[in-house]
Design a protein around this ligand. Structure first.
Ligand SMILES: Nc1ncnc2c1ncn2[C@@H]1O[C@H](COP(=O)(O)OP(=O)(O)OP(=O)(O)O)[C@@H](O)[C@H]1O
Ligand SMILES: [Mg+2]
Length: 307
């Protein structure tokens, strides 16, 4: 695969795709929402640019990555920050060893040129100025302009993009004209019990059954109470409890509380002991019709293909 491309007579050095051991486990409905958004069903059709929303650590990036890989695409993850500048998103100039300027294509621009998938991760951390440079890319024009290289870069027809977003204090309000281009919104919900256990098992395959069950029970109770504890927290709790048990030579379950306090703080431990104030709602957020056997797991490969 070439690592350079020439656009309007300017040579661009391309980025490398991300290679992760990611697998997404969850409701097939959510996976289908993302696949549908990226489908092109007619020569006059265009793919949509979905935004994945949900609590931090609930699996948004994992979902986008796994679905894109399932589609056989290279994936380029761009980690957005408050300091992301328009040129960071498109093309940056770097002084090469011979003193000349080399133009480096961002992961986004590389995905556009190669027809890959770009995940704009935690995109709502970006400022309006950075977003503005993406406006033409996110509508029917499908191009970006690099002021630095003085070129216009058109997206390959196979190019797809999505944004992941979560709500925390370090984010900007996404401008209205950009929000309207980032559709549909796909909300990643808390996993159900079976899914959550499989997520923890996949990420911490050496965790013993009893510790897994206790951790899943705790997380499921937290989801019903709409506490912001996610599978990522569960993975950290498991790992911490297991390390403690190795160090101090006790049964791993004996260190579950320490794991919870270490990861979620005293509030998490209070919740574990039933001392938190939030009462469980009558109906949990993940009361899905899908039974355990219907869970979607990209590894199974029993999914319809698309064109
Ligand atoms: N449904 C899932 N299937 C598989 N792994 C998951 C799932 N949900 C969470 N995980 C695991 O939890 C961790 C966090 O997932 P991920 O980074 O995708 O979350 P996120 O929603 O993108 O978080 P953030 O908002 O902080 O970026 C990863 O280690 C991932 O493997
Ligand atoms: Mg993420």
């Amino acid at each position: 695969m070439p690592d350079k491309a020439v656009v309007e007579n300017v040579e661009l050095i391309l980025s490398h795709p991300d290679e992760l051991q990611a697998r997404w486990i969850g409701s097939p409905l959510i996976r289908d929402q993302l696949v549908a958004a990226w489908l092109v069903i007619n020569p006059d059709d265009l793919p949509l640019n979905p935004r994945l929303i949900g609590k931090p650590g609930i699996g948004k990036t994992t979902l986008a990555y796994a679905v894109a890989r399932e589609m056989g695409k290279d994936v380029y993850i761009f980690q957005c920050t408050m300091d992301t500048r328009p040129e960071d998103l498109i093309v940056t100039p770097v002084v090469a060893s011979n003193g000349r300027i080399a133009y480096h294509a961002s992961p986004l621009t590389t995905a556009m040129i190669r027809g890959g998938v770009c995940i704009l991760d935690e995109a709502n951390r970006m400022s309006e100025k950075a977003w503005a440079s993406l406006a033409p890319l996110l509508d029917y024009r499908r191009y970006v302009e690099s002021i630095i290289a003085g070129i216009k870069i058109h997206a390959h027809p196979d190019f797809r993009v999505c944004c992941t977003m979560n709500e925390d204090a370090s984010t900007y309000e996404v401008p209205e004209y950009i929000q309207s281009r980032l559709q549909p919104t796909i909300e990643v919900p808390f996993p159900d019990k079976n899914q959550e256990k499989n997520i923890l098992k996949f990420n911490v395959p050496f965790a013993p059954e009893q510790l897994l069950q206790l951790t899943v029970a705790f997380l499921q109770r937290a989801h019903r109470a709409d506490m912001p504890y996610t599978p990522r927290d569960g993975i950290h709790i498991l790992r911490y409890a297991l390390k403690m048990s190795q160090l101090r030579e006790g049964p791993p379950e004996a260190y579950l509380e320490e794991g919870i306090e270490g990861v979620l703080g005293i509030e998490g431990l209070d919740f574990f002991h039933g001392r938190a104030s939030a009462p469980p709602p009558a109906e949990g957020p993940n009361t899905s019709d899908a039974g355990p056997d219907d869970d979607y797991d990209i590894e199974d490969g029993n999914h319809p293909r698309w064109t």
